[in-house]
Design a protein around this ligand. Structure first.
Ligand SMILES: Cc1cc2nc3c(=O)[nH]c(=O)nc-3n(C[C@H](O)[C@H](O)[C@H](O)COP(=O)(O)OP(=O)(O)OC[C@H]3O[C@@H](n4cnc5c(N)ncnc54)[C@H](O)[C@@H]3O)c2cc1C
Length: 437
C-alpha cells in the first residue's frame, strides 16, 4: 500500500482510472507542468488494453503500446499513482472537488517491496489468475502480472492461510498482515473521469447456455488465449484442453437488444471479432472459423479493408441471428441459426467446438450514483455539449474514453488528449480569474 499520499496533497487534477484513456490524459496534463493524481482500483495500471493480444487495425502487440505509456506515467515527476484505490465519490461545491478514496490493503509495504517475487515462489496456495480470466493459476501473494506497474506483490487475503511463509522469505520485511483499509479525501480543481467499461454477463441471454458450458467463452478470454504469454501458450479449449477445430463468433450477444436493456451498439465487437478470427486462423491454420452477424460495422479508417482481408483469408461470415446454443456431446455446441443467406433453408443447426459471445460494453463505474455528474440514457457519462464532447454536466469534471460510451483505442486516445486539453484550459482560466480578482 502506498501511504505517502495524504489529504494535504492538492494536485491540479485527479484522473479516475488508469486504463489507456486515464494514462493518456494524465501524461498530457503532466507534460504541461500540472500535478496529476492518477487513481486505479486494480493492482496495476493499464486497464483492459494491457490484457489484449494484438490490436486492430494494425495488429500491433497491445502490451508493446501500453507498457511504454504505463512506464512513462510511473516515471513522470508530475504524476502520482495510487493503485488498489477506489474512487468512492466526488463532492463538488463552488467548482471545488473533494475526491473520496478508499485504499484497499495489499498486506505489502510498497516502500519496502522490491518486486523480487521470492514471496510468490515460496507461497504454495494457488488461486485462479484474474489476469488470465481465471484460466491459469497464480499464487495467493504475487506481482499481478509480468509487466504490471507497480511491480509490487499483493496478497489475496481471501485465499491466504496466513502461514507466514511469505513474511519469512521476504528479504526486506515488507509483509504486513495487519494492514487496514485507509480512507482519504483529496481536494482538486479538475477531474477527468476515465473509468472505462465492463462487459455484461456471459449469461445475460439464458438461451445461449453459457452457464452450462465452459466452451462458451468471453472475447476477453480469447484475447488471453491468443496472447503470446497467455495461460496455455496456445489456443486450447477450456473444458478438455482440445485444440479447437471449429470456432464460432456470435455477434450482438449482449448489445442491440431491448430485452436485455442494452439497445445500443457496442461499436468494437465487429472489429475485434474480425481481428480475433484472423489471429486464430494464424494460430490454428486448419480451423474452420465462422462469424454469425447481423451487419458488420467497420466504420474507422482502414477498417473496411481489414474486413475484406478477413474474408479473403477464408473466414466464413454468415448473416443471421443465433437463436439458441445447446451443449451437446464431448463439450461441443449446437447453434440454432436463422440466416438470411439461404432462402430455402433459413433455420439451420450448426456444430462448433468453441463459441465466443460478443458481450455488450457497459459502464465500468457509474459516477452519477455518487457525484453530481449526470449519466446519459445508456448509463455512460453524459456529454451534453456537442462542441465540447469531453465536458460533463459539472464544470471542471471532464470525461475520456469508454467512460463516455463504447469506443475503440484510436478514439479513446484522441478523446483522452482532448479531455486533458479542456481540463488544462479550464485550470489556466480559473487561475487567471484569481489573479485578476
Ligand atoms: C475483447 C476486446 C477486444 C478489443 N480489441 C480492441 C482492438 O483490437 N483495437 C481497439 O482499438 N480496441 C479494442 N477494444 C476496445 C478497447 O479495449 C477500449 O477501447 C479501451 O481499452 C478503453 O480504454 P479505457 O481507458 O476507456 O477503459 P478501461 O481499459 O476499462 O480502463 C478504465 C480503468 O478505470 C478503472 N476504474 C474504474 N472505476 C474506477 C474507480 N471508481 N476508481 C478507480 N479506478 C476505476 C478500471 O479498473 C480500469 O483500469 C477491445 C475491447 C474488447 C472487449
Amino acid at each position: 500500500m502506498n501511504t505517502h499520499v495524504t489529504s494535504d496533497f492538492r494536485p491540479d487534477a485527479v484522473v479516475i482510472g488508469g486504463g489507456i484513456a486515464g494514462l493518456q490524459s494524465a501524461l498530457d496534463l503532466a507534460d504541461q507542468d500540472l500535478q496529476v493524481l492518477l487513481v486505479e482500483r486494480q493492482s496495476s495500471i493499464g486497464g483492459h488494453m494491457i490484457s489484449l493480444s494484438k490490436v486492430y487495425p494494425t495488429l500491433d502487440c497491445a502490451s508493446c503500446i501500453t507498457t511504454p505509456k504505463m512506464s512513462a506515467a510511473a516515471h513522470h515527476p508530475n504524476i502520482t499513482i495510487l493503485t488498489n484505490t477506489e474512487v468512492e465519490g466526488v463532492d463538488t461545491c463552488d467548482e471545488k472537488h473533494s475526491v473520496r478514496l478508499l485504499q484497499k490493503p495489499t498486506y505489502v509495504n510498497f516502500d519496502k517491496c522490491i518486486g523480487c517475487r521470492l514471496c510468490e515462489y515460496a507461497c504454495d496456495t494457488e488461486v485462479p489468475d484474474p489476469f488470465e480470466e481465471g484460466l491459469g493459476a497464480v499464487r495467493a501473494i504475487a506481482v499481478p502480472f509480468t509487466n504490471a506497474i507497480p511491480q509490487k506483490a499483493v496478497l489475496n487475503a481471501e485465499a491466504c492461510g496466513t502461514c507466514g511463509t511469505c513474511a519469512r522469505v521476504c528479504p526486506t520485511g515488507a509483509i504486513e498482515y495487519d494492514q487496514q483499509p485507509r480512507r482519504l479525501t483529496i481536494r482538486t480543481d479538475a477531474i477527468i473521469v476515465a473509468s472505462g467499461f465492463n462487459l455484461n454477463s456471459l449469461n445475460i441471454k439464458p438461451q445461449y447456455n453459457a452457464q452450462h458450458s465452459s466452451n462458451i467463452i468471453s472475447p476477453l478470454t480469447l484475447e488471453r488465449l491468443l496472447a503470446p504469454h497467455g495461460p496455455y501458450g496456445r489456443v486450447l479449449r477450456p473444458s478438455d484442453g482440445k485444440i479447437p477445430g471449429s470456432i464460432a463468433f456470435v455477434q450482438c450477444a449482449g448489445s442491440r437488444d431491448e430485452s436485455i436493456g442494452v439497445s445500443y451498439c457496442s461499436r468494437v465487437c465487429c472489429m475485434y471479432a474480425i481481428k480475433q478470427s484472423m489471429l486464430l486462423s494464424g494460430a490454428l491454420p486448419l480451423a474452420d472459423i465462422t462469424i454469425y452477424y447481423m451487419d458488420i460495422r467497420a466504420f474507422g479508417k482502414g477498417y473496411e479493408q481489414f474486413f475484406q482481408n478477413a474474408k479473403a483469408m477464408g473466414i466464413n461470415f454468415v448473416r443471421g441471428k443465433v437463436a439458441r446454443i445447446d451443449p451437446i456431446t464431448d463439450g461441443d455446441l449446437s447453434l440454432h441459426v436463422e440466416t438470411t443467406e439461404d432462402a430455402d433453408n433459413p433455420l439451420q443447426e450448426r456444430r462448433h467446438d468453441l463459441v465466443v459471445l460478443a458481450q455488450g460494453m457497459i459502464p465500468g463505474w457509474q459516477p452519477s450514483t455518487i457525484t453530481q455528474v449526470a449519466s446519459a440514457s445508456d448509463g455512460f457519462v453524459a456529454t451534453p455539449m456537442l462542441t465540447a464532447p469531453t465536458a460533463t454536466t459539472v464544470p471542471g469534471i471532464f470525461v475520456a474514453g469508454t467512460a463516455a460510451g463504447p469506443k475503440d483505442i484510436v478514439d479513446t486516445i484522441a478523446e483522452a488528449g482532448a479531455a486533458a486539453m479542456q481540463a488544462s484550459q479550464y485550470l489556466h482560466q480559473k487561475r487567471a480569474e484569481v489573479l485578476v480578482a
